[in-house]
Write a protein that binds this ligand. Sequence first.
Ligand SMILES: Cc1ncc(COP(=O)(O)O)c(C=O)c1O
Length: 379
Amino acid sequence: MTMIYFDNSSTTLPDEEVMASFVEANRRFFANPASIHGLGTDAEKLLERAKEQMLKIVHCENGEVIVTSGGTESNNLAVIGFARALQHRGNHIITTSIEHPSILNACRYLEEEGFEVDYMPVDEEGCISVEKLIRKIKKETILVSIMHVNNEIGSIQPIQEIAKAVKERSRAVFHSDCVQSFGKIPVAMDENGPDAITLSAHKINGLKGTGALIMKHGIRPQPLTYGGGQEKGLRNGTVSVPNAVALAKAMRMSAVETERKDFREWRNELIAFCNQYENIKVIAENSAAPHILSLSFKHINGEVAINYFQENDIYISTSSACSSKNKQISHVIEAIHLENSFKNGVVRLSFGKDNHKEQIEICKDVIKRFMELMERGLK
Ligand SMILES: Cc1ncc(COP(=O)(O)O)c(C=O)c1O
């Protein structure tokens, strides 16, 4: 039996074409894009072309792209950088209690610097209330950072509606971490979209160590690094043109204008199957992105399920790859107030482009056998 990889929200297999574009750009465009000779200007042109492609894909033609080392750096640059750049206008930031640690810990750091941060609660499906968010906006609000799709349970926040609400009531920058949404559901930075978004290449069959902060024209964070003034002073250090080219390629290959229908069908099929068991709880059943299915097994430790799946050649995660090695209940699971008996048993299945329908059938059979085994053990 060939292995089934259902851990695409942790990372994905790099696409052959993405790797080929990286190698080709390294061979032919190795020069420093800041050099003024012909090789340098050729590399610079290629960099500009890659950025234009990225901007077009997210409907932000006259915006700005900063290529970073990944989602973490992009999120840090957005939160800390915008907060510092806008502190002359106020010190209030709004985010949610279920953000990725690269947002949450940056916010906690800013609190130590004197900023005031509101962490919006979520309901049991992992969604914030836009009404409540509106009530939090005040004249000191300078930044709102709300993720599009949650990495642990898949819940979707209505970022277009949030963008509108923020724009109508303040001059705050609205940033959204779109690491888990891009390529699975539409992400658009048009008039009604967010002002800035974070992307990470390795979640979309690109290369690890590359990401982007994409911003609308006219907004600018304070840089986090100091150096030679590259990237208009926003990210200092020699720019890696091959990384930018490979990111643009991965984005082109995974861009979607509508949500992934096949993933939605597979998710629905597994939900219908799991709902036969009262000892399995589907998390964010009605509010999640098509490619993420979060489940919990009653009175069972998630690790036990992961090991059983692995013995059957299926690779899944506990709620997130970063929290899977520390045994604490994740902040997202705490935030949705999951019943105690289900808190330890959360696992996440996440689909990617190399999965196919037959794997769903195999997965159902493994769940069935796992439940038989567990139910025998519980008696
Ligand atoms: C929602 C979200 N934001 C940010 C990140 C961080 O991205 P990276 O691994 O590229 O630093 C991740 C990765 O797990 C994520 O899922």
